[in-house]
Design a binder for this molecule. Structure first.
Ligand code: ADP
Ligand code: MG
Length: 264
């Protein structure tokens, strides 16, 4: 049995410049992985490539998800298969509430046959009643105020609220692999706590998580079993949680030096 997500010898170029240079990684459902690396090492490039962002060109290598090669699939198709990337919604949509945005997203991921179409294959989403029940359940689980569902998407959201929105979206879509690209700046401690608590609540045998981060501090809250260090478009070291602690202590320089020492 191969892993849920398999990345093999991945090379990715952005505007003709090679950023990822032979990256290998396997993630199974039920596992939590962290990728850490200095600025510019290609962390966000990996996240964007996994979601199928058109700017990121796979020039070599393979990406398999649930036994299927996905490089040719659109972001939408990947999401329907059960891959989730935080930040995959627009920054602000005036007039669209959190609830109606989530309903559209859930219906896209879980289309259901329309009983009125007499079996001719037409699809419709889940009923309003079922959707409301699900939303209420997830918001209670994440200890969110019910009024949040009526707010306009991202309109005046704080950093913490944007993160809450992402976690709620993840709870509603029930992905099999979730990728969280924690940007290097602007994540205050409240936001870190929100994401971490949410991920810990959603974690379980049916979910694999990849946390991409510059700083060790989010890993004080999310406990990955696997930690990988990305330098210069390649994973140069993998280990357990102790690797993250070592990085916090020593920074990235010793790894870069070890790399220079080992390359021909
Ligand atoms: P990280 O997330 O590890 O800080 P990125 O993946 O964002 O690194 O960036 C790696 C390199 O790829 C950088 O040199 C960056 O300038 C380049 N890059 C990434 N995305 C783009 C883009 N959309 N357009 C141009 N260059 C990009
Ligand atoms: Mg980044």
């Amino acid at each position: 049995m191969s892993a849920t997500l398999v990345i093999k010898d991945l090379h990715v170029s952005v505007e003709g410049k090679e950023i990822l240079r032979g990256l290998n990684l396997e993630i199974n459902k039920g596992e939590t992985h962290a990728i850490m690396g200095p600025n510019g090492s290609g962390k966000s490039t990996l996240a964007n490539t996994l979601m199928g962002h058109p700017t990121y060109e796979v020039t070599e290598g393979e990406i398999w998800f649930k036994g299927q090669t996905i490089i040719e699939l659109s972001p939408d198709e990947r999401s329907r298969l059960g891959l989730f990337l935080a930040f995959q919604y627009p920054s602000a949509i005036p007039g669209v509430s959190v609830a109606s945005f989530l309903r559209t997203a859930v219906n896209a991921r879980y289309p259901q046959p329309d009983p009125a179409s007499n079996g001719n294959g037409q699809l419709k989403g889940m009923s309003m009643r079922e959707f409301r029940r699900l939303l209420k359940e997830k918001m209670e689980m994440l200890k969110m105020d019910p009024s949040f569902a009526r707010r306009y998407l991202n309109d005046g959201f704080s950093g913490g609220e944007k993160k809450r929105m992402e976690v709620l979206q993840m709870a509603m879509l029930r992905p099999e692999i979730a990728i969280l690209d924690e940007t290097d700046s602007g994540l205050d401690i409240d936001a870190v706590r929100v994401v971490s608590e949410g991920v810990n609540q959603l974690a379980g045998p049916d979910l694999g998580v990849l946390v991409i981060t510059h700083y060790q501090r989010i890993l004080n809250y999310i406990k990955p079993e696997h930690v990988h260090i990305l330098v210069n478009g390649k994973i140069v070291m993998s280990g357990g949680p102790e690797l993250a602690l070592e990085l916090e202590e020593k920074g990235y320089d010793w790894i870069k030096e070890a790399q220079v020492g080992s390359s021909k």
